[in-house]
Design a protein around this ligand. Structure first.
Ligand SMILES: Cc1ncc(COP(=O)(O)O)c(C=O)c1O
Length: 573
């Protein structure tokens, strides 16, 4: 019996080994292709490595000297507050490194219960439940609370964790337009037949620093018998007169039913999240919320830090007021200097630039001036809405704020003068970028001409140029070179002369009206969509005409394989 099994297994052993090897090789191929697509699309996210504590002044690996930090969610500066650190050390000493257990098995300490009670008190709610993160709190809530009989109505720009949490539940899903109360009302009317209706919104939206109109939302909710859920990650601790959040700011603390928030931003910045609201809801979450039931307890040091952060906030208003005053200073100085800063009074200050490359280059230049800020562009924010997001903290000094404003002003002046202040570097000015792009063509390249970064696609370039048609009547294959060709220095196009182009009359129907980087399936080749020409009569009513270029493949022009490849699939558009 035993021998028989071995004999039967033996013949297939070698092929299984080979299969495993080829599966790994295949996996590597798939992963490389995915990674390449991300790089090619210009959405690659890299991490700057901080070699100091989080705070207003940090040290960044590879950058000499101290850096003024304007991109952390450390709104109240409590991440490195001495009392917060001391409380963390004390909890570590007294309660150990961690629980090696989930809460309901063997992972609840007195400090977890104390912190939950403190959170509920802070928000003036009946009870609270801790999670390893607010992402988990959002992942746990909707599935535990809502059934197929219920409905959830969600702002279209809600945080990814709310979207994912809602995906996990079986309730009927309605998405209303961002902050659009008429649309919310229409969706509430549609949802009237459901058992429960839950309106879900961020309190403050992190990309624009805009604030949900909670008064109107609560009014509609009461009119249509709905509950209100607010994610307060970018509000807890600092919005409202005593930092309770958006509901305090807008005077609706008694009308918002459920709040989820984080300990990982203003409240010490370590990690952790929570839900606070009606007692029976919290009890249900302890029975049903999967991230609570199946993930480890918060480490005591984290609990100690967050608990002290709440103590500090409940003792005094001074930190909150300091942050508000500095936010006001930054916003008013930037506006006086001619910049557009979105939002009203939130410490998230999006400095609007529009142009994706300008935002990316400007953020890099600011770092060279000792200011750490991040540029955001499509697809993180809508097309043509690229910005640099500046985040103010209570621990920035007034001089820090002024220095940040000065750096923006200097950079702007520099860019307008064509970068003459810094020999050897090109300015990133919108006019120049438009000029380089050939006024309306959809141009994708793999290098940043301004900074000559090899193999790095321009961040969000498709966003700012995408969808613009080439002028009517332009002949395929005869599109003019982008003006300002010096910007192509170093790219294969200048080495080989004008890029070959090919007219392709048949393309994947999904291409219509969109631009992007194409991967032609099965050929390991990458084609660059150069322009869409919807104004030209297509060869067939369902097929747009497109013009392709691939500077890396000499003689691609007329390659019939291009046509075949395109028919096989477009992996990314
Ligand atoms: C609005 C919002 N909700 C939830 C989260 C997730 O919070 P945490 O970092 O605690 O998982 C974030 C974090 O970026 C956020 O901004």
């Amino acid at each position: 019996m035993w021998a028989g099994r071995v004999l039967r297994a033996a013949p297939s052993a070698a092929p299984r080994g080979r299969r495993a090897l080829s599966a790994l090789t295949q996996l590597r191929g798939v992963l490389e292709e995915e990674l390449d697509a991300i790089r090619g699309a210009g959405t690659w996210k890299s991490e700057r490595v901080i070699t100091s504590r989080q705070g207003p002044r940090i040290h960044v690996d590879g950058v000499s000297g101290g850096i003024l930090n304007f991109c952390a969610n450390n709104y109240l500066g409590l991440s490195s507050h001495p009392e917060v650190i001391q409380a963390g050390l004390q909890a570590l000493e007294e309660f150990g490194a961690g629980l090696s257990s989930t809460r309901f098995i063997c992972g609840t300490q007195s400090i977890h219960k104390d912190l939950e009670a403190k959170i509920a008190r802070f928000h003036q709610r009946e009870d609270a439940i801790l999670y390893p993160s607010c992402f988990d709190a959002n992942a746990g809530l909707f599935e535990a609370l809502l059934s197929p009989q219920d409905a959830v109505l969600s702002d279209e720009l809600n945080h990814a964790s709310i979207i994912d949490g809602i995906r996990l539940c079986k309730a009927h899903k309605y998405r209303y337009r961002h902050l659009d109360m008429a649309d919310l009302e229409a969706k509430l009317q549609e949802a009237q037949n459901h058992r429960l209706r839950l309106v879900a919104t961020d309190g403050a939206f992190s990309m624009d620093g805009d604030i949900a109109p909670l008064q109107e939302i609560c009014h509609l909710a009461s009119r249509y018998g709905a509950l209100v859920f607010v994610d307060e990650c970018h509000a807890t601790g600092f919005l409202g007169a005593t930092g309770r959040g958006t509901d305090e700011l807008l005077g609706v603390m008694d009308q918002v039913t459920i709040i989820n928030s984080t300990l990982g931003k203003a409240l010490g910045g370590a990690s952790g999240g929570y839900t606070t609201g009606p007692g029976p809801l919290v009890s249900l979450l302890r029975q049903r919320a999967r991230p609570y039931l199946f993930s480890n307890s918060l480490p005591p040091a984290v609990v100690g830090c967050a608990s002290k952060a709440l103590d500090l906030l409940m003792e005094s208003n001074a930190i909150v007021q300091s942050m508000a005053a500095k936010t006001k200073r930054f916003r008013s100085k930037m506006e006086a200097a001619g910049f557009t800063v979105l939002g009203a009074s939130h410490p998230i200050c999006p400095v609007m630039l529009g142009d994706a490359r300008l935002a990316s280059c400007m953020a890099d230049d600011m770092l060279k001036r000792g200011i750490f800020v991040i540029g955001f562009s499509y697809p993180v924010v809508p097309k043509n809405k690229a910005r640099i997001r500046v985040q103010i903290s209570a621990v920035h000094s007034e001089e820090d704020i002024d220095r940040c404003v000065e750096a923006f002003v200097e950079k702007e002046a520099d860019a307008t003068q064509g970068g003459r202040k810094e020999p050897g570097r090109r300015a990133c000015h919108p006019r120049e970028i438009r000029h380089r792009a050939g006024g309306g063509q959809c141009l994708l390249r793999r290098e940043c001409p301004s900074l000559a970064r090899q193999k790095r696609c321009l961040k969000g370039e498709e966003g700012e140029l995408g969808g613009r048609a080439a002028p009517a009547g332009r002949r395929l294959g005869a599109a003019p070179e982008p003006r300002g060709s010096p910007s192509l220095a170093g790219s294969p196009r200048t080495k080989q002369g004008p890029a070959p182009r090919v007219e392709v009359g048949a393309a994947h129907p999904e291409l219509r009206g969109r631009v992007g980087l194409l991967h032609a399936g099965g050929w390991g080749r990458r084609y660059y969509l150069f322009s869409l020409l919807p104004s030209r009569p297509p060869p067939h009513p369902t097929m747009p005409s497109i013009c392709l270029t691939n500077p890396e493949i000499p003689g691609m022009q007329g390659d019939p394989q291009v046509v075949a490849d395109l028919g096989r699939g477009v992996e990314q558009v």
